[in-house]
Design a protein around this ligand. Sequence first.
Ligand code: AMP
Ligand code: GLY
Length: 431
Amino acid sequence: MKVLIIGSGGREHALAWKAAQSPEVQQVFVAPGNGGTALEDTITNVPIDVLDLQGLLHFVKTETIELTIVGPEAPLAAGIVDRFNEHSLPCFGPSQMAAQLEASKSFSKAFMERYGIPTARYNSFTDHDKAIAYIESQSAPIVVKADGLAAGKGVIIAQTKAEAITAVEDILKDNRFGDAGSSVVIEEFLQGEELSYMVVSDGQHILPLASSQDHKARDDGDTGPNTGGMGAYSPSPLLTPELEQRIMAEVIQPTIEGMAAEGNPYTGFLYAGLMVSPDGSINVLEFNCRLGDPETQPIMMRLQSDLVALCLDCLTGNLHNYQAKWDPRVALGVVLCAGGYPGAYRKNDLIQGLKNSAQDGEKVFHAGTVLRDNSVLTAGGRVLCVTCLAGSVEEAQQAAYRAIAPIEWPNMFYRRDIGDKAVKQTPAAPA
Ligand code: AMP
Ligand code: GLY
């Protein structure tokens, strides 16, 4: 069987690497892929943009691809699954309507309100003056979000009302996020610890994936600007069996049931970004209609059962028969970034110190890289995710930082404290 993965990040490298291990799979293509996928023996990059739906459709037909897995949100929000379904081509992900759970914050907030799914108090505005009047009536810190897809950059945690007002002006008046910012959501600031909870659904049945935790802020101690994610580990000791039951009952089940009831059954991966507060309450910060990046990298390291079988079972209505098998060890990934990220950064720096051979329990997933004349060059802000599997969080952490030591390029940086929080928490049974 031939499989196509759409996307070019670390998540897609991990999905392609895992798909290639399936005994059913002869060849994995990645569109457009990166330097890491280019280096894998059983993986082939194809230079088609993730939003070139016509080009992707044509490629899938010509190559007789039997399964397409969509990595990022943009093609899902653009309706790739609907397009492929019109041609009876199996494509793993939610429909365009269902992808609104991520693509429109106003949609997802209103949806959560309709079904009593816990989330921060909010209001949404298209009118600048009304937004400002609302901010004036609230207290800081307060959170301002551009409504649409803004590559993780459309959320501003304003420490003061003045900062919140500037953010609203940037979004609504100055059009900083283009169409994604034609309306804003202003919501209450929540305190606590973030947890990424991901499941697979066929529209009715739900299969939870292993738990994980990301590190969104750029700098050590969760300081500095928000990023797409600077490192992750799985499982998360924060997720006790009791908490997991509550997340399923309060968040995931009502979401899947609500989407089905509204005629938009949710199929594919669903990611709930949750805030677990010190008082034990859980709130949804966001839904993503895709897997997390970098959470996918440690999760794929731990997945022992067949990823391709999982997706096919889901697409053929057999999800309830699929048994996910997880490595009981801890996987931890540290993201190496180009200086300047999440702002402007330089590209085309030569990456030194990458090993050719893969080592058991250690994998360098590529994100923003390109292979040129047998050299791997930087091509993005988040460049690599060095991921290790070990008996404990501390061991996985030590292994990952040891594996990073020989890797370098000018201005590379990374967080030194990935997993520290988990080390301090009492480990729960892996989920
Ligand atoms: P979002 O894209 O909505 O998940 O927001 C990105 C990040 O901003 C989250 O992962 C949180 O770290 C932070 N964030 C979003 N909403 C809130 C909130 N209401 N309170 C505190 N932090 C938030
Ligand atoms: N790591 C967070 C995300 O993928 O949205």
